[in-house]
Write a protein that binds this ligand. Structure first.
Ligand code: NDP
Ligand code: HSE
Length: 437
């Protein structure tokens, strides 16, 4: 059987591990594929940094992806351009594509999928979400006969490391970030992780597959963890909760039509929920489907070798398809469900207020919640006003639309009795099918 010939774009953290595994496991991979898997070219920016690749190296990516002796292109460059143009060239030339590029897929999976459909080539990207964890293939293939109601999880290891450290030690955000940077978990510029953009890209990919609807990163509401304080972590603990940066993709029933919500934010979850036990840089994703019920996927969401494992899995799959002369299963986007704006998404909230401790204050605060149709589930006061006349009031609500809660908080901030709105955090039960009500 003639070899399946592979071109790689990029040979950094992930790419170098892909090359290592391809070389070390060449015989086993050939046996699994039914033909040798041969690396025929590697494009990088700075060839002098990769002496071990010798003759395979090129800086001419564009020529490499359309070469006649290439069957499959593996892209581990990252970013939107030139990755998008190169992959489109490759797909148009009939090459199968394996990519780990979440940013590109979250921005423009539709164009890539159309190009793959037009040429009958494979487009696989398991490594783009949650590194080593097999998650996209289960959504795209194993669960395709079911109806998924929610995909929610921890898909960013850096922020989970920081929040876990804050929870374990009581440290503030800045100290926990410093520790994450020192240990190599956070990058020198951590904004893609701590501001939630990395998780938002992954949420877009997950929502697209789960709900057969094109969702891009621009459709994902995104808040990061910069404003989470040690006091928030302590407040969560008082509630029997922990704070996690969640990516949540939900199917939301409506009167006339269903819609999709995709959002990323730090939220309190019950300490007894399986996601609460996911510590450090690990990822975990909780899937709820009508017939399957609840499923949990857990493992290493990043790192060279774990991510290369997912790339290799895709590479073997597309190589097998080549050998057998077919194409793998595709994603579908037939449902085209509308995206629900964050202001309309119902969630529970934990609102912490610094208030004057005197008669009538609780009534005036409760009145603002009532005026905006936000139902209160619990109220707790700490401090008795004996020292400076103030107390801390915590209000936990039932599920309420984001815009109603925001309007309530605006009004609360203007009340004489409210000295400060200390924090507003979402509370996610993640236990029930569909939306909490
Ligand atoms: P790196 O920055 O470590 O490596 C990028 C590689 O791409 C380098 O070899 C670089 O060349 C090469 N490159 C960059 N621009 C070009 C270009 N224009 N033409 C040719 N080569 C180019 O990235 P990672 O390996 O960390 O990430 C790769 C992809 O995998 C990204 O999409 C990322 O999101 C994704 N991913 C990464 C994970 C991780 O843990 N690192 C986890 C999950 C997904 P040179 O070496 O010469 O500089
Ligand atoms: N920066 C990501 C994380 C890894 O911290 O999980 C790549 O997706």
């Amino acid at each position: 059987m003639s070899a399946v010939r592979v071109a790689m774009l990029g040979c950094g953290t992930v790419g170098a591990e892909v090359v290592r595994l391809l070389r070390e496991q060449a015989d086993e991979l050939a046996a699994r594929v039914g033909a040798p898997v041969e690396l025929v070219g590697v494009a990088v920016r700075r060839p002098h940094k990769h002496p071990e690749l010798g003759e395979l190296l090129t800086t001419d990516s564009s020529t490499l992806v359309t070469r006649d002796d290439v069957d499959v292109v593996v892209e581990v460059i990252g970013g939107i351009e030139p990755a998008r143009s190169l992959l489109l060239e490759a797909l148009k030339a009939g090459k199968s594509v394996v990519t780990a590029n979440k940013a590109l897929l979250a921005e423009d999976a539709a164009t890539l999928a159309e190009a793959a459909d037009a040429s009958g080539a494979d487009l696989y990207y398991e490594a783009a979400v949650a590194g080593a964890i097999p998650l996209l293939r289960p959504l795209r293939e194993s669960l395709v006969g079911d109806r998924i109601s929610r995909v929610a999880g921890i898909v960013n290891g850096t922020t989970n490391f920081i929040l876990s450290a804050m929870t374990a030690t009581g440290a503030g955000y800045a100290d926990a970030l410093e520790e994450a940077t020192r240990l190599g978990y956070a990058e020198a510029d951590p904004s893609a992780d701590v501001d939630g953009y990395d998780a938002a890209s992954k949420a877009a990919i997950l929502a697209s597959l789960a709900f057969h609807t094109r969702v891009t990163s621009a459709d994902v509401y995104c808040e990061g963890i910069r404003n989470v304080t040690a006091a928030d972590i302590a407040a969560a603990r008082e509630m029997g909760c922990v704070i996690k940066l969640l990516a949540i993709c939900e199917r939301i029933p409506g009167a006339d039509t269903e819609s999709v919500s995709a959002r990323v934010y730090p939220a309190m979850i019950p300490a007894t929920h399986p996601l609460a036990a996911v510590d450090g840089a690990f990822n975990a994703v909780f899937v709820e489907a009508e017939a399957a019920g609840q499923l949990m996927f857990y493992g290493q969401g990043a790192g060279g070798a774990p991510t290369a494992s997912a790339v290799l899995g895709d590479l073997v799959a597309v190589a097998r398809n080549r050998v057998l002369g077919g194409r793998g299963s595709r994603e579908s986007a037939y449902a085209s469900l509308p995206i629900l704006p964050i202001g309309a998404v119902p969630t529970r909230y934990h609102v912490s207020l610094d208030v004057a401790d005197r008669a009538g204050v609780l009534a005036s605060i409760a009145g603002e919640f009532a005026r905006h149709g936000v139902s209160i589930a619990a109220v707790r006061q700490t401090g008795d006003g004996s020292t400076d006349g103030s107390a801390r009031l915590v209000v936990v609500t039932h599920a309420a639309p984001g815009e109603a809660l925001a309007a309530t908080v605006d009004r609360l901030a203007g009340l004489d009795a409210v000295r400060g709105v200390e924090s507003v955090l979402r509370v996610e039960d993640l236990g029930r099918k569909g939306v909490t009500a």
